[in-house]
Design a protein around this ligand. Structure first.
Ligand code: M6P
Ligand code: ZN
Length: 192
């Protein structure tokens, strides 16, 4: 067996309010028009886009080194709603069912919603200082329920992969809505 080459250790500074990494290897942005399938209020979504605003919902910045098992990065979520529904990520299971993840919130507030394949649902509050443990085989979606950016650091195995399948089609079993000044978690009618 050949010995793998040693990678260079590095301290990466992460700006807590912007999620910017002092050293990064890739990034992508998701705008509302690319996430049309995940919001239930199609009229509100189409109106927002027709009015000329196709807002950035979230940006992912990553630090990935070939030859390493783990990689990490930040997700920066803007605040906002589509109809009553707070801005959120697509949500996914990992393609590798034995691989979990952690989410450490640096700034802002949100809700991490999770569900198992047989329909058990959980919510974890996202706020500075909370490190959420996402065990293997739980689907996870983050929702910005605050009025500021939600910035969190994530770390998982590079092989974990994303499985969007069923969640893209039907959504998750719970939805997170703004009702007046309240944040409410309600059942998704697609599962009734
Ligand atoms: C986190 C990580 C990423 C994920 C991103 C957005 O940053 O879990 O792997 O891609 O959130 O989530 P999604 O891909 O579900 O939209
Ligand atoms: Zn994940």
């Amino acid at each position: 067996m050949t010995t793998p080459a040693l990678l260079e250790p590095e301290g990466v500074f992460i700006a807590d309010m912007t999620g910017e990494l002092s050293s990064s290897t890739g990034r992508y942005t998701k705008r509302l028009s690319e996430l049309a399938a995940i919001y239930s209020d199609t009229a509100a979504l189409e109106k927002a886009i027709a009015e000329g605003s196709d807002p950035v919902i979230y940006e992912v910045v990553e630090y990935r080194k070939s030859g390493s098992d783990i990689f990490f990065g930040t997700t920066v979520m803007n605040p906002g709603v589509v109809g009553e529904e707070f801005y959120m990520t697509r949500g996914h299971f990992h393609a590798q069912r034995d691989m979990g993840e952690i989410y450490y919130t640096q700034s802002g507030t949100g809700l991490l919603i999770l569900e198992s394949r047989d329909g058990v649902t959980r919510e974890i509050e996202m706020k500075p200082g909370v490190c959420a443990f996402i065990p293997p085989d739980w689907a996870h979606r983050s929702v910005n329920t605050g009025t500021e950016k939600l910035v969190f650091v994530w770390c998982c195995n590079q092989s974990a992969g994303h499985d969007y399948g069923e969640i893209l089609r039907r959504g998750m079993r719970k939805r997170v809505l703004r009702r007046g000044t309240d944040i409410v978690v309600v059942p998704n009618p697609s599962y009734q």
